[in-house]
Design a protein around this ligand. Structure first.
Ligand SMILES: Cc1ncc(C[n+]2csc(CCOP(=O)(O)OP(=O)(O)O)c2C)c(N)n1
Ligand SMILES: CC(=O)[C@@H](O)[C@H](O)COP(=O)(O)O
Ligand SMILES: [Mg+2]
Length: 606
């Protein structure tokens, strides 16, 4: 029986000999490689923290002591050691193991979100609380990667931690030299020097008021344990600099110089050798078009926040290395520096995942939009992403960026529209633009039968019964809904605004002529496109009822994109049923009625 089978919880690690610990480490790697290559997930990062996590759980007594994982994508080993080793067949599947820490799964888990650079702030707050409540004997340990440490929020926390030398926090810097690609910037260079110790090493942290221990070989369990015990003994804020190898122990990762298998995709289900040629990914369509634009526009520069390949900028960097900027995991800096790039005469195209743009809202608002900077923000993974869990869904960008004065937001419905709208966005010099598209493949093009005032008409019903407004790739869903409505005798017109914000006044004018309007979007309903259209209809004095179909303003547990959309009522059948019901109720309301909704006279005695 594998020795790992005897590990029901962290306490079982403490009785093992060094040789047995090495055996357990090997068995964990085998488990992760076997399971994650099938389910998909963050295999590289987790193979790099096997020994580190074993050492952490031997030195600290979780959950009495608290282990915080920054970004959380590297917490699989932690899950294996805290009673969940048999749950990995369901990793990232609906109802199965989350790809990130989850309080619902275990009392050993704390930070559930997947947004980088927040754990040190959590640790600072928790340690202060423990000091104030007399709970200071419970250790607070935060594991943060060298990539996450390029995020500004982490330095805000370090500044605070260094300012309170009597509050113990153990910062475990998991330094594998990479985000996806090798980490960038001056601090990354400093870490590289630290990895080759010299007399002056660790002084940055000491200057900041934190202790420094390291560099420690992160694959030597005894050495890591010794450093963690010494760190605990300092009684104050201290950094334990652990040097690890991302993807350690797996040959495909060792050979992968792009990202050490940061994320591996789920193996295709058996017998799924689909013959139909897959359509291109949204990301690849963007990546190819921005290169063509780069050839025509020497003022266009591409900016990434440590995700060059994931956002499709690898070829742009190969072609225009001097016009490609990787700022590290620093979306706020990216947005503010984009304003500087504009002031210097350039047109930045900042490509990030939609959910990560949330943290750059203020810079986009007052550094970019206030100055009417022509920055183009390209939001990949806009809408439901699904298996990466609630903090990864791109369900806030339309809400957040519609609030920015002067911004224009485009939502392409297919590859052809993405190419065209990206060009329109980069050609727009009067202010910021946003182009958003989802994760996955574009699917076939959805042709327009007509265009009107910049909008594409995809289906036209002269009866003016129902108007379906589809934002971006919801066009496909809208056409399916239209078919279902037609089957029950309800005519519908389908329109793709292309530029979804600000609301096209021609859309408002046309909508007022229909008996029922429905808007379909892959964003939260609060402050979404539907809400904006409703506001515009009201402002225009139109009385046409509007139904907004979007994501409920809730955190959506992980699952496939299709499962989450169905959970949110965004299937053709669900939408068509609601539209039909609303339409018929409206029709009933429109019939001349003998009595309004309120009694015409007070009935005596009742
Ligand atoms: C705010 C934010 N931006 C981008 C990402 C995407 N992302 C996830 S992990 C990662 C790299 C993290 O590198 P590091 O912290 O060194 O951890 P490692 O994977 O090397 O263990 C990035 C950029 C994110 N999760 N959060
Ligand atoms: C942890 C993190 O934020 C990224 O690694 C993200 O999970 C990648 O998402 P995709 O798999 O959609 O590229
Ligand atoms: Mg790293």
């Amino acid at each position: 029986m594998p020795l790992l089978e005897t590990i029901a919880g962290p306490g079982d690690l403490r009785a093992l000999s060094p040789a047995e610990l090495d055996t357990v480490a090997g068995e964990i790697r085998e488990l992760l490689i076997d399971k994650v290559t099938r389910t998909g997930g963050h295999l590289g990062p987790n193979l790099g923290v096997v020994e580190l996590t074993i050492a952490l759980h031997r030195v600290f007594d979780s959950p009495r002591d608290t282990l915080l994982w920054d970004t959380g994508h590297q917490s699989y080993v932690h899950k294996v050691l805290t009673g969940r080793q048999h749950d990995f067949d369901g990793l990232r599947s609906e109802g199965g193991l989350s790809g990130y820490p989850s309080r619902a799964e275990s009392r050993h888990d704390v930070i559930e979100n997947s947004h980088a650079s927040t754990a040190l702030s959590y640790a600072d707050g928790l340690a202060r609380a423990r000091a104030l409540t007399g709970d200071g004997s419970r250790a607070v340990v935060a594991v943060i990667g060298d990539g996450a440490l390029t995020g500004g929020l982490a330095w805000e926390a370090l500044n605070n931690l260094g300012g309170h030398r009597d509050i113990p926090v153990i910062v475990v810097l998991n330094d594998n030299g990479r985000s996806y690609a090798p980490t960038v910037g001056g601090f990354a260079a400093h870490l590289r020097r630290l990895r080759d110790p010299d007399p002056g090493h660790g002084n940055v942290f000491r200057e900041l008021g934190l202790g420094y221990l390291g560099p420690v070989d992160g694959h030597d369990i005894a050495a890591v344990e010794d450093a963690l015990c010494r760190a605990r003994g300092t009684g104050g804020p201290v950094v334990v600099h652990v040097v690890t190898q991302k993807g350690r122990g797996w040959e495909p990762a060792r050979r992968n110089d792009l990202d050490r298998c940061h994320v591996v995709r789920a193996a295709p289900p058996p017998g799924n050798g689909s013959s139909a040629p897959a359509s291109p990914s949204w990301t690849s369509v963007f990546g190819a078009e921005i290169v063509r634009i780069g050839e025509e526009r020497p003022d266009v520069v591409a900016v990434t926040a440590a995700m060059l390949e994931p956002v499709g900028l690898l070829e742009f960097q190969r072609r225009f290395p001097e016009r490609t900027i990787d700022v590290g995991i620093a979306e706020q800096h990216a947005a503010a520096s984009a304003a500087g790039l504009v002031y210097g005469g350039l047109h930045p195209v900042l490509a990030v995942y939609a959910t990560f743009a949330n943290r750059a809202f203020d810079q986009f608002l007052v550094d970019v939009a206030l100055h009417r900077c022509p920055v183009t923000l390209v939001l990949d993974r806009a809408g439901v992403t699904g298996d990466d869990g609630p903090s990864h869904n791109g369900m806030w960008d339309l809400t957040v960026f519609q609030a920015v004065p002067g911004v224009r937001i485009a939502a392409p419905r297919d590859a052809t529209r993405l190419r065209g709208l990206l060009r329109e966005a980069v050609a727009w010099r009067q202010g910021p633009t946003v182009v958003r598209f989802p994760k996955g493949r574009t699917g076939p093009d959805v042709p327009a039968i007509a265009t009107h005032a910049g909008m594409d008409v995809l289906r036209n019903d002269p009866g003016r019964e129902v108007l379906l407004v589809a934002a971006g790739p919801m066009a496909g869903l809208a056409l399916e809904v239209s078919d279902l409505l037609a089957a029950e005798g309800i005519g519908s017109t389908v329109v793709d605004p292309r530029w979804v914000s600000p609301v096209n006044p021609e859309l408002v004018r046309a909508a007022a002529h229909f008996r029922f309007v429905a808007c379909l979007e892959d964003n939260g309903r609060t402050g979404g496109i539907g809400a904006a259209i409703g506001q515009a209809l009201g402002d225009a004095g139109a009385t046409t009822p509007l139904r907004c179909f979007g994501l409920p303003q809730e955190f959506q547990a992980h699952g496939s994109r299709g499962q989450v959309l169905a959970r949110c009522g965004l299937t053709a059948e669900q939408v068509a049923a609601e539209v039909s019901d609303g339409f018929h109720r409206q029709t009933t309301r429109l019939r001349p009625s003998t009595s309004g909704p309120f009694p015409t006279r007070t009935t005596r005695g009742k």
